[in-house]
Design a protein around this ligand. Structure first.
Ligand code: GTP
Ligand code: MG
Length: 231
């Protein structure tokens, strides 16, 4: 499994993550636990154009804060396990609600594909999605699919390969907050960078600290503890 590229599937509950996961990985799946947490996640493998991928079906969440064990699990996987690519699966019939999580994922990691699922339903409802405009605004590829009908999957697979190999560069949108928050981020940033270096995205971590995310602090202590014990 070590020479496989790792892909995480994130998304709100009920957006079709597992449908996509099952379609891509078929029977090549097993259940695993990561980082000592009790939330089970499925891992599966697939190949495309001679390259092997390992995919993790993260629990469905509305955010990457610490509101629930599911959110912590999804966040910890993306932030600390650092997959080669994160695919955010959105419900094409409820894009506005789903964008919240997409923007949060773009704050914590660079290599992201935004995958708009249930496009069959969206089209039936007369919803038209300008994915090229979304792509320009978000700074990462946006692909429309129907996981259930298996449409858009060849394009998704090619895009996975191109993003991971760097042929398609990702430059996720940087969200600018109000002046006061930005000032506080600026004052925290050097300290955060000094303590964590490249290990954790510094701007994002500064924001979470400003928000007083206690369970993230615990997680950082736990992870640092493990590192110190191993060194
Ligand atoms: N019409 C349509 N339905 C879909 C599509 N993809 C998934 N679904 C349906 O949406 C429902 C939810 O799909 P899941 O794959 O279980 O969603 P999930 O994101 O894994 O949900 P959680 O694990 O609860 O977060 C199921 O009834 C699927 O059959 C699609 O492309 N089109
Ligand atoms: Mg699921």
């Amino acid at each position: 499994m070590d020479n496989k590229y790792r892909i995480a599937l994130a998304g709100n509950p009920n957006t079709g993550k597992s449908t996509l996961f099952n379609t891509l990985t078929g029977l090549k799946q097993h259940t695993g636990n990561w980082a000592g947490k009790t939330v089970e996640m499925k891992e599966g493998t697939f190949s495309h154009k001679g390259k092997s991928y390992s995919m993790i079906d993260l629990p469905g969440t509305y955010s990457l804060f610490s509101n629930s064990l599911d959110e912590e699990t999804a966040r910890n996987y993306i932030v600390f396990e650092k997959p080669d690519l994160t695919i955010v699966v959105l419900d094409g019939t409820a894009l506005e609600r789903n964008m919240n999580l997409a923007l949060q994922v773009l704050e914590v990691t660079e290599k992201v594909i935004v995958c708009i699922n249930l496009i069959d339903e969206a089209e039936k409802m007369g919803i038209r999605i300008n994915e090229k405009l979304m792509m320009r605004r978000l700074g990462v590829p946006v692909i429309k699919i129907s996981a259930r009908n298996k449409t858009g999957l060849p394009m998704l697979l090619d895009t996975i390969e191109r993003v991971i190999s760097g042929v398609i560069p990702c430059s996720p949108i940087k969200i600018t907050y109000d002046e006061e928050t930005e000032r506080k981020i600026d004052s925290l940033l050097p300290m955060v960078q000094k303590v964590f270096g490249e290990r954790v995205p510094a701007r994002w971590l500064s924001l979470r600290l400003l928000d007083g995310d206690q369970t993230l602090l615990e997680e950082l202590k736990y992870r640092n503890g493990i590192k110190e014990a191993l060194s």
